[in-house]
Design a binder for this molecule. Structure first.
Ligand code: CTP
Length: 405
């Protein structure tokens, strides 16, 4: 991921409290604090005494530029005594790593340190990321307590399977920092303007095989569609991402359906659309597919030329005809952009089309930027000058919401 994308302020001015407990994974919470801060959050850290044996509070203080709370009764601390300050201010409370001890105390309401007292006092959403020995995690007491936390409305993420401090492989590793960030974005999205909406997004260029090693494809990194999926999730939508892009990932609120060919994409989109409100086709779908796919690798055998007979693949946007489905297409054009795009809007029965000029090297395929014209049935709805694809995604979603009834 490049530096620019890292700087998107997903958590602008959100007040996030990170509770750190005594696990070997405590050092990872420094990275979490840093990542959240870089993305605009105001981060406070509360540590248990045991956590301070693994990592010094100064590490967090240096990153957050804010006082770290350890002791509820520290007379020298400005906020330690009044744990309600952080509890009241928080927009989100994350416990990462969360040991078996803190999980159980939170489930039973045992408030015997600054972290758990603040946690139990907050009205903010709480995300708990357990990290512990794999055998411990399997114990019914711990499983029950995690179930209880979920019943109480806490979000629980992980643990992951992998190498543990003991050297064993098991389920007990703290989830990755990017997974925690995705979960935070999902949690903040719950109250967003897309809450309750089910959106199907496609991304990437489909691949049509000629033989087992060769294929014909369209140039597309999938970034635009992937960003639309993320932006819709960040605003509260449940997203089904149908993608042939290697960089597409499942994450909190985004269900990935991997496909390769145009036919597979058609089937996946048809299935996903049965429960959807909106379909956004950002994928570069192959218009043509070979009539015969050779089962064996095609050999040169002294030939100087070969011909491949192709047939047209179905147009996905025109084929998916679910009543009430709001359909958005993309038109990547090299000339007469607005007219070509408007023609596609009508012929494919779309509500909106997003046109872009792919002859402009400063935007498009591999770029993190795009510049688009959003066209609806009445003509140009919005002109978006060169902006980060995540921002373009949000502007497209704004237009969808303006028109969606
Ligand atoms: N699309 C589709 N099914 C296809 C081909 C394209 O649903 N088999 C969708 C694309 O995802 C995009 C829109 O239709 O949202 C326009 O795609 P584009 O390739 O620009 O247009 P085509 O219809 O393929 O027309 P042409 O290639 O002739 O410009």
């Amino acid at each position: 991921m490049n530096e620019l994308i890292k700087m998107i302020k997903y958590f602008n001015n959100k007040k996030i409290v990170i509770g750190v407990t005594g696990s070997i994974a405590a050092y990872k919470a420094v990275d979490l604090a840093s990542q959240l801060k870089q993305r605009g959050a105001i981060v406070d850290v509360i540590m248990t005494e045991t956590a301070t044996k693994f990592i010094h509070p100064l590490s967090f203080q240096a990153i957050t530029h804010r006082e770290v709370v350890v002791d509820l009764y520290d007379p020298s601390s400005e906020i330690g005594m009044d744990h309600l300050v952080l509890a009241n201010q928080a927009d989100l409370f994350i416990v990462a790593p969360a040991t078996a001890n803190i999980v159980s105390k939170a489930a039973l309401g045992i408030a015997d340190n600054a972290l758990i007292s603040t946690l139990l006092a907050t009205e903010a959403p709480v995300l708990v990321c357990p990290a512990m020995d794999g055998d411990m995690f399997q114990k019914p007491q711990i499983k029950n307590n995690i179930e209880k936390l979920i019943e109480f409305g806490f979000h629980v993420l992980g643990p992951n399977e992998g190498r543990l401090a003991s050297g064993n492989i098991g389920k007990g590793r703290l989830v990755e920092i990017y997974e925690i960030q995705n979960m935070c974005r999902y949690i903040f999205g719950i109250k967003g303007d897309y809450r309750g909406k089910n959106i199907v997004v496609t991304s990437g260029g489909t691949k049509e095989h000629i033989d087992p090693v060769r294929y014909i494809s369209n140039n597309s990194s999938g970034k635009m569609g992937n960003f639309i999926a993320e932006a819709a999730r960040d605003r509260g939508a449940f997203v089904q991402l149908v993608s042939s892009s290697l960089s597409a990932k499942s994450s909190a609120g985004i269900e990935l359906k991997k496909v390769k060919t145009a036919d597979q994409m058609l089937r996946a989109v048809e299935l996903a659309s049965t429960s959807a409100d909106v379909l956004i086709m950002a994928a570069a779908v192959s218009d043509w597919k070979p009539i015969d796919v050779s089962e064996q690798k095609i050999k040169k055998d002294g030939q100087k030329e070969i011909s491949i007979q192709m047939t047209q693949s179905s147009d996905i946007l025109s084929t998916v005809l679910k009543p009430g489905l709001f359909k958005v297409g993309f038109a990547a054009e090299t000339e007469d952009i607005i007219n070509n795009a408007s023609e596609k809007l009508n012929s494919k029965g779309l509500d909106l089309i997003v046109a872009n000029d792919i002859s402009d090297d400063s935007i498009g395929f591999e770029s993190d930027y795009n510049s688009v014209t959003i066209i609806d049935k009445n003509g140009i709805a919005k002109q978006v000058d060169r902006s980060l694809k995540y921002e373009v995604a949000n502007l497209i979603l704004d237009e969808v919401l303006n028109l969606y009834v």
